[in-house]
Design a protein around this ligand. Structure first.
Ligand code: PAF
Length: 280
């Protein structure tokens, strides 16, 4: 496995791979790799000849009061995990190389990114689309693999790829969950044992909602109210949103149409912002 830090070197290497007919699979990450990321490497390996994992904590997707500075960074351990999982290249650019002095061009998706997390993190998706387009231009992927846990991010990236005619297929990997039901996330590392115990109520509430839908509940109001009620019992949890949305457009649903919608939750567990979702 190779580790490449330089943007130019990564780009020439990718162009070389592509012209020799290799299919490139990209797994973009911000590091602190967990089973969720590693399962995306498995998918990329199945579909591509060469798998590139990018590890870059992207400053433009964090708001001024967010956790950019304290975001967990563990590059050596991450590189080792990529090696063990069979990635071919780990791309670890620096902030200076990705955003040189005077950088002034951003990509804005203006519809899907407006609701849900876009309401309280107004610059977040602009940072995500900008860095992903840069990563796509640098690594030239035939396929790019993202995790369903970030459902809105997945929908925004798919839309950007379609709108801007980017020649890559976006593949979505299922959310990975720990034994207690928590969706794997780098931010889970912020949680104490007590906080985690309460944060588990997020996935429990999602499963409860799915059971309600499976049992015939059609009312979005009813689902949202039950989930919110369930979460309000946790002392450390503060709900940011509970919404049923169309899984592609992220437009809020009026009634449950099984198979087409997601129930999305964002909540604070004390100081940690968590998101999760379930297909209804
Ligand atoms: O999901 C993430 O870790 C990030 O948003 C991504 C896609 C790597 C862009 O920085």
């Amino acid at each position: 496995m190779q580790t490449i830090q330089s943007v130019n070197e990564m780009q020439s290497h990718a162009i070389g791979l592509r012209s020799s007919g290799r299919l490139i699979g990209l797994v973009p990450t911000m590091g602190c790799l967990h089973e969720g990321h590693l399962s995306l490497i498995d998918i990329a390996k199945e579909k591509a000849d060469k798998v590139i994992v990018s590890i870059f904590v992207n400053p433009t997707q964090f708001g001024p009061s967010e956790d950019y500075a304290k975001y967990p960074r563990m590059l050596e351990a991450d590189i080792e995990k990529c090696r063990e999982r069979g990635a071919d290249i780990v791309f670890t650019p620096t902030v200076e190389d990705m955003y040189p002095q005077g950088f002034s061009t951003y990509v804005n998706e203006e519809s899907i990114s407006a609701g849900l997390c876009g309401v309280t993190r107004p610059q977040h998706f602009r940072g995500v689309t900008t860095v992903c387009l840069k990563l796509f231009n640098i690594t030239r992927p035939d396929i790019a693999v993202f995790g369903q846990k970030d459902a809105q991010q997945c929908a925004v990236i798919k839309k950007m790829v379609a709108d801007l005619n980017i020649p890559a297929e976006v593949v979505i990997g299922e959310t990975q969950r720990d034994a207690d039901g928590m969706a794997t996330s780098s931010r889970n590392s912020y949680l104490t044992e007590n906080q985690r115990e309460e944060a588990c109520n997020i996935s429990k509430a999602l499963m409860m909602a799915k059971d309600m839908v499976d049992a015939g509940t059609k009312s979005v109001d009813r689902i949202v109210a039950e989930v919110t009620h369930h979460l309000m019992h946790s002392r450390r949890i503060r709900v940011i949103y509970v919404q049923v949305v169309d899984r592609e457009t992220m437009v809020p649903a009026r009634e449950i149409l099984p198979g087409q919608q997601l129930l999305c939750v964002a909540a604070w567990a004390d100081q940690t912002r968590l998101i999760d979702n379930i297909k209804l």
